[in-house]
Structures are given as C-alpha cells and as structure tokens.
Design a protein around this ligand. Sequence first.
Ligand SMILES: Cc1ncc(C[n+]2csc(CCOP(=O)(O)OP(=O)(O)O)c2C)c(N)n1
Length: 581
Amino acid sequence: MNNREITTIWSALIIEELVRHGIKRFCISPGSRSTPLTAAAARNPDTERNIFPDERAAAFFALGYARATGKPAVLICTSGTAVANYFPAVIEASLDNQPMLVLSADRPYELLETGANQTIRQQGIFGSYTRWHSEFPEPSEETPARALLSTIDHAVRQSLGSPPGPVHINLPFREPFDPVALPSDNAWTRALGLWRKRCEPLSSFACGRKTADDITVARIKTLLNNASSPLLVAGHLETRADAEAVLEFARTLHTPLYTDISSRLRMCGDNEPLQPLLLSEHFTSRFKPDIVLHFGGKIVGKQLGTAIKRWAPQQFIVINNHSARYNPDHNVTLHVEATPCDVANRLASTIGKTSGNGFSLHTASSEIERELDDYSSPEKTLTEISTARIVSAAIPEPHGLFLANSMPVRDMDMYTVLRNNSEQPLCGMNRGASGIDGNIATAAGFAQGHGAPVTLVIGDISFLHDLNSLTLLRNMKHPLHIVVINNNGGGIFSFLPIADQKDIFETHFGTPQDYNIRSAAETFGIAYNNPSTNGHFLECYRELCRSNVSGIIEISCSREENLAEHRSLNARLGKIIERHL
Ligand SMILES: Cc1ncc(C[n+]2csc(CCOP(=O)(O)OP(=O)(O)O)c2C)c(N)n1
C-alpha cells in the first residue's frame, strides 16, 4: 500500500474501533493535518458529529456530553495550538472524573523541533491530567493492525476506568492527507481475521460498579450503632439508583441527610435540606454529629465542610465508586471504594428502622420554605435568589439544568425549591476546577447528551468568557435556554473581604464589562427577553421552555443589592431557625 492508502485505512480502523465500543459522538474541528481522521469519522455511517471552529468550545462540549451520558465523546483536531485549546476542559474532565478521548493530529517525526510550520510539542501535552496518553507511530504496514486496534481498546478502557477521565492519543501523519477509496482487501487488514466479519471491538472490557466487602460493611454498621448522632451526606451521585438508595437509607436511619445540588436529591420534597440551616450558628452549635457518612463526590457549598471541621466527628466515612481522593480537610477516617447504592442498600437492610436521634428539622424547614416562597412572589422584583427559586420550580421535565460558576450554582444549592413528587432535573456543573470558562459550550454538550432542552443559569462574566459558543445554539438538536444574571461584573467577589478595599476592588475584582447582552443575542440571532419582576420572568421562562427554540433571558441586577439581599434573607432564615430548633 502507498502512504495515502495506509493512512486512509489506519484512520478508518481507529474510528471504526471507537464506534464498536459504542463511542459515536465526534467533536471535530477543521484543520489539514487531521484530514485523515476527520474524513474517516465523516464517512463512517455510525458516527454522530458536531463541528467546532473553536477547539476550546469543542472540548467543553465533549465534557458536557460526558456529564449527561457517562460516555466519552471523541475530539479531533489538527496540530499546533489547536490541541492546547482543549486543555481547560481536559483539566475539568480529569478533576471531575469525566471520560473524554482526544485524537490530535501531529507532524511526523522528521518535522518535530525543526521550525516547521504549526508544530509544537504535543506529546503528553496534558501532563498529569490524562488517565493515559499514547504516541502513535506514523501509519505503516510495519505496525500490526491488531496493535492499532488493541491500543484504541486500551484507550477506551482507561477513559472509562476508575476513575474515568481524559485520554490523549497523538497521531502523526505524513502528507498526502486526502483519503482514497478503500481497497476492499489487503494483507494488512486480513490479519484482523474475525474482527472484519463481526461488529465487536477486538477486545472489550468489563468496568462494573464496585461492591464493598462484608467486613467493611460490618465495620461501618458497628460504627453507626455506636454513634448517637449520625449525619448522612449525599455529594455528587452518578446514578438515580445511588440517589434513591441513599435517600432510602436516610429514611431508615431517621437521620438528617445533606443533599448537595449535584446529588440528584437536593430538590426532593421529602427531605429537609440542611444548607439554609448551616448558615446559622444557632444550628451548628446544637447539631453535633458524631459520625458522618458521605456518599459520592464533592459538594458545592462550603458551610458543610466548615461545620464538620468544627464538629470534629469521631468518624468521617467517604464512600465513592472510584479511588479519586476526596479529603480536602484531612479529616476522613475511612475511605470505601464502592458504589454508593451498594453500601447504602446493604447498611439499610442490616440496620433496620431506627427511631433516629430526635433531631427534627421539619418545622424549621417548612417555615424556611414559606419564607423563600414569599420572597419570590410574582409581584416582587426579580433578584439572583428569586431567579434560582423560579427556575427550579418551573423547569419542566425532562429538561436538564446546567449551573455556571460561581453564584448561580451556589444560589441554586442554597435556595432551590423542593419539588413535590417529581424527580429533580438532571443537574450539571463544572465543579472539578470550578472555571468560569466554557460554561455555554459545556451546557450545549450536556443538552446533546441529555437528549432534551437544557436551562443554563450563568453570570455575565462567564457568559462573556464563552461568548463565541453562542454559535452552537444555531445547530442544536435540543435547545439551550440561557438565563444570564447580569450584575455587570463578578458578583461572587462582593462576598469576600477584599470588597472593603474600595481603591482596588471594582477595577481588579468586580471588573464591570458594560457590554450589551441584547446586542449579543441579536448578533447570534437568538431570541431575547429582559423581565423585571418575578411574575414576568416566570412567564418569559415558561414560554421559552415551551417554544423549543434556544433563547436568552437577561436578569438585570446589581452586585451591591445582591449582597444586601443575601444578607437580609439569610438573617430572616436565621431567626426562623432560632425560633424552631
Ligand atoms: C477561568 C476562570 N477564571 C477566573 C476565575 C475566578 N472567578 C471565579 S467567579 C468569577 C467571576 C464570575 O462572574 P460572573 O460570571 O458574572 O458570575 P457571578 O460571580 O456574578 O456569579 C471569577 C473571575 C475562575 N473561576 N475561572
């Protein structure tokens, strides 16, 4: 075979092997060096493709897709800085254990470090942020086709391993890049034997969910039996089964359950949320758990971590499905690598119903809910907090919710409504590295993966950061409904002590950008609205959700007023807690 033929077949085999693993979503950016991979992906009838001029957005889209599906999307780009633009999303995927497969085209050996055009050091460019990376040879019949396929198999396995994460394969190609019609038979692929007749990958793998050993479950049971005031925590939970098992276990134990916004349980009407209570010194000084069982991954709010440090429980047990470290305050006493639902179900069945620790949160929680409802009543001015309440109440099933950093995700975690008898919408967020970059693209990928419209709640600085991703809204199968909280700058910084240093605060932290969101919507041809009361926002939001087209709703607010609102509302909630606990 000549170079064109082997390059064509080489690329076609790589794509076909990925497809056989069920990895069908390809996020492709245009470029010359990547032509063999792009053409192979485009011509494989089983691939589904999105095209991105901006590689940074492509990678965030792939991240969002993985968040909704648990599957990696494949990224294809050319050589040079194109691949470097994947880096922020690769970091987020790595830190939040999301699968992702990067195929970067590269110059061949003889052009590296020579001053050749568009040539950078791509090998291992993502450093420690990949689960695995591999440098392929230039296409050649000297490399057995089996080796090529089995390396792809390994890459997929590493990406979906424990913990899942990004895998990078760097593929050098020599010119010419344009593919030829594939010869139907040749000695090189003949060696693949049955693979050519079947539709399965050369080697599959099993990466099932893990179970805890009996000794560990018995040990946790003993620790729970010896404790007088347990607290359960639901951090980021990957599946509904995990969430249901943890909720059921909390009911069995009659014990308070902290539900993070990423736990799938935060909006559950049958549970009293602890977030508002943890704002109160009155509560944290009375409620003193002596054992904490934390199921799943990270949590968004910082009050719980602060409270646990203060309570210094004798046991702090973290149960999660993979080995990624979760111990930010160095106070975890036992790590259990097992599926949360496995441990929760087994503990619930062995412990049986208990009468609880006598700490009832019901009355205080109901009154807090009433106060928050009143706060968001239709005639009142729309605020950042009422936006969180209204979106969480009105978002229809099966729409998904994506919460940008920094205040939108925190406000939703703190002030969301409790939804009766209905499932919480699937919630996505980039909390691995908590970047304000790529949130629109991640939400777009989340919608693609979720297979339903998604509401994105995002601040004006994060919106600006990812403005070019508004181009994605044109071709989306499932629309994105963007609620932009425009407080003209970074609202989060007003909550920090630096806000008092007026000489540098506004210019170096608040950073108002004074840009026009309506004009941005016009530029990208997106429907726009700008309501001012809670009632009007609810109307606009409901209409947008019904319309099945993408749109932007701008919430105009002020950072100063937002800070004051948070303080006065939290003070009122504090009074309720003092009255009832
Ligand atoms: C890529 C990146 N750059 C900077 C930061 C630091 N940062 C955190 S929040 C924030 C301001 C975000 O402003 P906005 O999107 O308007 O949201 P708000 O704070 O008002 O909720 C900044 C700059 C970050 N997290 N990520």
